[in-house]
Design a protein around this ligand. Structure first.
Ligand code: 13P
Length: 281
């Protein structure tokens, strides 16, 4: 069933675990993620970046694909279909109108006042339609969809101001994480993370889940992180498996065999992620 993330993340906050947000790129990835999460009986958030939405044809095409897979594969777990880093109110509205159950409005590139104004407009539109909203304070570093950002850490004060003025459903405070692979050890500000979590009634989100060591993931969950976004890591395990398969099967040309050769590696990694996050239904 397609749902927003409110209930699944509030439960995670109460019971101290995290729900995975896994980015999707095509039908096969969506199918593998849904099948594996259904087998593990855990809720899942399917993240769709603007670049991935464009690649797959658009928000309507994705909504139809996800809904169809849920029905045809008898998926019974809660599934949240979420826009990742929506860059404008218009993008978020388009996704909501197409049936997405959740959006992230990322107006973090603007000054706080403007971030609040845009986020609040999205919240008003989304909440009137039962859709959940995530927002970002500070800047998450690294590169995603070829958009490169430098890290600026969020402050407790800015997080409280944004929440009070918008009543978002989840907050991604940038506290040292980056999209893509880390150069060296990630340097996460757990102290501020805990303070923000203790001061807000909503769940926190950790972006840039790829490459964060297991002990730091666990620490982040203990500091209030309830949703962890993973993209690069699944791309990496899938592409390695496909590369290995192609180098051993030089004459294969059936795309189903080529794309499908990454299925087992992806599903195994998803199980490890879910075990690490302690995700429950
Ligand atoms: P990674 O690509 O580093 O896993 O980050 C994913 C993410 O944060 C998506 O919003």
């Amino acid at each position: 069933m397609l749902v927003n993330f409110k209930e699944m993340l509030m439960k995670a906050k109460k019971e101290n675990y995290a729900v995975p947000h896994l980015n999707i790129n095509n039908l096969e990835w969506t199918k593998y993620i849904l099948e594996k999460c259904n087998e593990l009986n855990i809720p899942i958030i399917l993240g769709v970046s603007e670049g991935a939405a464009k690649y797959m044809g658009g928000f309507h095409a994705i909504f139809g694909m996800v809904n169809g897979l849920i029905e045809d594969l008898n998926i019974t777990i809660p599934v949240c279909l979420h826009v990742d880093h929506g860059s404008s109110k218009e993008t978020c509205m388009k996704a909501i109108d197409a049936g997405f159950t959740s959006v992230m409005i990322d107006a973090s590139r603007y000054a706080l006042e403007e971030n609040i104004k845009i986020t609040k407009e999205v919240v008003d539109y989304a909440h009137a339609r039962g859709v959940s909203v995530e927002a970002e304070v500070g800047h998450i570093g690294g590169a995603e969809d070829n958009i490169i950002s430098t890290i600026t850490n969020a402050t407790l004060e800015d997080c409280l101001t944004l929440y009070e003025n918008t009543k978002i459903d989840a907050l991604a405070p940038a506290l040292g994480s980056v999209h893509g692979f880390y150069k060296g050890e990630p340097n996460l500000d757990f102290e501020t993370m805990k303070k923000i979590s203790d001061s807000l009634p909503i769940p926190l989100v950790l972006h840039g889940g790829t490459g964060i060591p297991d002990d730091k993931i666990k620490k982040a969950i203990s500091c209030g992180i309830c949703k962890i976004n993973i993209n690069t890591e699944l791309q990496s395990v899938w592409s390695k498996a496909v590369r290995d398969y192609l180098s051993e099967n030089k004459t294969v040309y059936d795309p189903r065999k080529i794309i499908g050769s990454g299925e087992a590696a992806m599903k195994n990694r998803i199980e490890e992620i879910v075990t690490l996050f302690g995700t429950k239904r």
